[in-house]
Write a protein that binds this ligand. Structure first.
Ligand code: HEM
Length: 225
């Protein structure tokens, strides 16, 4: 197991863990967004409630979900370790400084902290309610489902809750804009032809995904207004 201890204790090993967990979380965001878009494509809530019920009862999804939480934790822990080590060594933050550094790259820790706060609020508001049996039941075709749509819809009838989501999605865009290309760079995928493509895809991804997420609360708030 010395390879594991070596990976967890070396700076490069920790950066690789940050990159791999970050890329997994990016993948999660795409799948999560695709499922959540049903909140606006079917305003009756049936499609989303049936989807949430199916996900919650699929054993494979349950395993992926545990992996997801584990990777979120690992991503946070390694980022704290890297920041502490770099501060100790250089008296500066983990992110690389210099003339070519961007605002996002210099503030990855702060942006990540905002996303963590967002996640706590988010999971408490939706996920915890769904998992702790707090959902009201609703019937479609003689079968009972938890009304998770109702919980999300009620949350987005509040202007402050809606604004909180929109602002957090804006900040997530900056975190992704640096994180996406930085992950590939750390993994050594530096190529004359492919690096500019990866950077381009990263830029588009970090704009499109947060905007698509932000449209959901804005749309639902507008429907409730
Ligand atoms: C408009 C935006 C979003 C909406 C409407 C939304 C909605 C939801 C809902 C309803 C759940 C509970 C699912 C269930 O228990 O079956 C959930 C879970 C979750 N959400 Fe979101 N979400 C949004 C954005 C995000 C973002 C941006 C992130 C990450 C930064 C995120 C991370 C998570 C995680 C980690 C879970 C737990 C997933 C699991 O059970 O494995 N969500 N979300």
């Amino acid at each position: 197991m010395s390879w594991l201890t070596d990976t967890l204790t070396s700076t490069l090993g920790r950066k690789v863990i940050m990159s791999l967990t970050g890329l997994f979380l990016i993948l999660f965001l795409v799948v999560h967004l695709a499922g959540n878009l049903q909140l606006i494509t079917d305003p009756t809530g049936e499609a989303f409630n049936v989807y949430a019920h199916t996900m919650a009862n699929n054993p494979l999804i349950q395993v992926v979900s545990i992996g997801n939480f584990f990777f979120i934790l690992l991503h946070i822990i390694t980022s704290i370790m890297l920041t502490m080590k770099n501060k100790k060594a250089r008296g500066v933050n983990y992110s690389v400084g210099g003339k070519s550094s961007t605002w996002a790259s210099r503030n990855m820790g702060a942006l990540g902290t905002v996303i963590l706060i967002f996640l706590v609020v988010h999971l408490k508001g939706f996920w915890f309610k769904s998992k702790s049996g707090q959902l009201e039941m609703i019937e479609y075709g003689g079968v009972e489902y938890g009304d998770l749509y109702g919980v999300v819809n009620a949350a987005y009838s509040n202007i402050w809750y809606t604004l909180f989501y929109v602002v957090c999605m804006g900040l997530m865009a900056f975190h992704l804009s640096h994180g996406f290309q930085s992950a590939f760079q750390t993994l050594g995928l530096n190529h004359k032809k492919y690096t500019p493509i990866i950077k381009g895809v990263g830029k588009v991804f970090s704009i499109v995904i947060p905007i698509a997420f932000a449209i959901i609360p804005i749309w639902m708030f507008a429907q409730n207004a």
